[in-house]
Design a protein around this ligand. Structure first.
Ligand code: AMP
Length: 119
């Protein structure tokens, strides 16, 4: 099956394919993780599925895959040595959620005291 136009244009699909460079910190057959190009904290890693999933809103009925993505986020946070000091996992969906890249990604943020405000 050929990729639809959304996948063809998708920057995180291109990163997953290796077509554009990224600062990768984790990869397996299903999930990749790479450093955010505009970090908001000393550690700021994005965890994303290799396949095109527009946002977490598509995964309600795929709890196994959702769990796989979140488990990688925890793995990355621990590898970044954030478990003791603390970290934040965040994922944005849609316009009001301030999602700017329409390919699911979980932000792993830590390495400093984060603002308690979430919105
Ligand atoms: P969001 O607003 O939740 O969709 O987050 C998108 C994130 O992707 C932002 O934090 C951007 O800095 C980050 N980003 C965009 N392009 C790239 C890229 N080529 N490599 C790494 N991070 C990127």
């Amino acid at each position: 099956m050929s990729a639809d136009s959304t996948e063809q244009d998708c920057i995180f699909c291109a990163i997953a394919r290796g077509d554009i460079p990224s600062d990768g910190v984790y990869a397996d057959d299903h999930v990749i993780a790479f450093r955010d190009i505009n970090p908001q904290a000393p550690s700021h890693v994005l965890v994303a599925p290799r396949r095109h999933v527009a946002s977490i809103d598509e995964l309600k009925d795929d709890q196994e895959f959702l769990g796989r993505v979140m488990a990688v986020a925890i793995t990355v946070a621990q590898a970044e040595e954030l478990a003791e000091s603390g970290y934040r996992l965040a994922t944005n969906h849609g316009r009001d959620g301030a999602q700017s890249v329409p390919h699911l990604h979980v932000h792993v943020l830590g390495g400093r005291a984060l603002n308690g405000r979430l919105g």
